[in-house]
Design a protein around this ligand. Structure first.
Ligand code: HEM
Length: 209
């Protein structure tokens, strides 16, 4: 048998033992939740949250439900060990301040989510932090109904470091983690569950959407 055939079979053998190239975790999360994202994006727009202050009030109750349910994750010690600085990122208190700005009652504090593992928790946080990227568009819409980063739309305002720098820093933390394949799948499962919570809360709070 000529040598190049030997080389080929050696290469095939090597391919069989090497693990497949891994996507960065953030890319795996994005790919694993594309459909979920598109569905909540459509549902939010269909619910016309910026048409009036009354509808925006419903949107704030939705944001209160979502960010309130996640708030404890931002303070969990194991997640802060994996993602240093996490405890400085939650937006629940800004959502509460927005409700106060508009003279709206605060709904009861939502039941905290309890992801089945710390790695699933990473996926929940990916969903929440990523939602701040699309919030650039939502923030502009709030200005049309007279709201701002100082009144009523605090939780949609850009991070002081800038939206995209903050996101890139968060992504760098996620992508720097060394996780096994099953831990990465748990993270994707957590992100899917986070989108599902958002969608269910939206359907309850905006029944016609
Ligand atoms: C009308 C509503 C929404 C619009 C228009 C919207 C739009 C966008 C856009 C344009 C981006 C990409 C931004 C960029 O790459 O610079 C993005 C990213 C993202 N959004 Fe939304 N979004 C909406 C709602 C939401 C909601 C409700 C959630 C979560 C509950 C969410 C989660 C995410 C996540 C996780 C990313 C990051 C995707 C990545 O990995 O790059 N979005 N969104």
């Amino acid at each position: 048998m000529p040598p190049f055939d030997l080389d080929t079979s050696a290469q095939v053998a090597a391919m069989q033992v090497l693990p497949p190239a891994q996507l960065p975790l953030s890319k795996q999360l994005k790919a694993g939740t594309r459909r979920e994202h598109d569905s909540v994006d459509t549902l939010v727009m269909q619910s016309r949250p910026f048409e009036s202050l009354a509808r925006y009030g419903c949107f704030l109750r939705l944001q209160h439900r979502f960010h309130g349910a996640l708030d404890a994750l931002y303070h969990a010690s194991e997640l802060n060990r994996l993602l240093p600085g996490l405890h400085e990122m939650p937006r629940f208190s800004a959502v509460c301040a927005d409700l106060t700005d508009l003279g709206l009652a605060h709904p009861p504090t939502p039941t905290p989510v309890t992801p089945p593992s710390v790695h699933a928790g990473l996926g929940w946080l990916y969903c929440s932090e990523g939602s701040n990227l699309g919030a650039a568009f939502l923030f502009k819409q709030t200005q049309l109904i007279g709201l701002s980063a100082e009144r009523g739309a605090r939780h949609l305002a850009a991070h002081p470091d800038g939206r995209s720098l903050h996101w890139r820093q968060f992504v760098a933390l996620l992508d720097g983690l060394e996780l096994s394949e099953s831990q990465r799948e748990e993270a994707v499962g957590g992100a899917v569950a986070a989108f599902a919570l958002y969608r269910a809360a939206l359907r309850e709070i905006f029944p016609a959407a």
